[in-house]
Design a protein. Structure first.
Length: 232
């Protein structure tokens, strides 16, 4: 059995024509594209559909966080996009009831995952925001991953460094979507906690979110193929 292509390219641009051009170049070379706030707030449903129609499945990374009813209604609206995203997400800190409400409106092939603790936050940031002082970011991320699983969601976004803990605590089919990926030959940019594609897959990553290492390459499709080769 051939494994599905684990590369999800982050289309981090507010530029519609660039997003469309990149998507066309990457068709057949990557498994998924990630559309986030930067693009969606600029171009809305029409921009989303202009990219999605090209044929690469979309991870719609809007990180919803509000009361359960509002999030459920928001997800319902997002699932009317055509073609619907293959993955979308909420913040796990929205709580168990919010995640369950979101899960209950998800249908079809769409998977719902949660963001645990943003990797931009330090221990001190969490404590200043009122999180329990006896838990560090990785422990808090694991606690939220367990809550996400309890709510019946399909998985989490997590750092490569959190994979071991999550894989040790939750069933293998719980999806892990992992940013902070850098081929050994590419600069880390502003990412601090990075892993190579091969080491992230070995640690149990299901989907590798890769932005600049592919979008910033002279030949993005070739960069994606090189990364796939590095996994063999
Ligand atoms: O260019 P780069 O590969 O660093 O892009 C990574 C993508 O993953 C960006 O869209 C970034 O916002 C996202 N991301 C991340 N770290 C997280 C969550 C999302 O880098 N913890």
């Amino acid at each position: 059995m051939t494994r599905p292509n684990p590369i999800c390219v982050a289309l981090d641009t507010p530029d519609l024509s660039r997003a469309v051009a990149l998507s066309k170049q990457l068709l057949g070379h990557v498994g998924m594209l990630k559309i986030g706030m930067e693009f969606f707030y600029a171009h809305g449903a029409a921009g989303y559909e202009a990219v999605a129609i090209i044929g690469i499945p979309i991870f719609l990374d809007l990180k919803l966080h509000d009361i359960p009813n509002t999030v459920a209604q928001g997800i319902t609206s997002l699932l009317k996009l055509a073609p619907a995203p293959i993955i979308t997400n909420v913040h796990a800190t929205g709580g168990l009831d919010m995640m369950k409400a979101a899960r209950d409106v998800v249908k079809g092939n769409t998977k719902l995952i949660a963001v645990t603790i943003l990797t931009s936050l330090s221990n001190e940031d969490l404590w200043a925001a009122g999180f329990a002082g006896d838990k560090k970011t990785d422990e808090q991320a694991l606690a939220l991953a367990k809550l996400t699983h309890e709510a019946g969601l399909d998985g989490v976004v997590c750092s490569p460094l959190d994979l071991a803990k999550i894989r040790g605590a939750l069933p293998r089919k719980f999806l892990t979507v992992v940013p902070g990926i850098r081929p050994a030959t590419v600069a880390a940019h502003d990412q601090k906690r990075v892993a190579t594609p091969k080491s992230a897959i070995a640690a149990g990553a299901d989907i590798l979110v890769i932005g600049r290492a592919i979008t910033g390459a002279d030949e993005p499709a070739q960069a994606a193929q090189d990364i796939l080769q590095s996994l063999v």
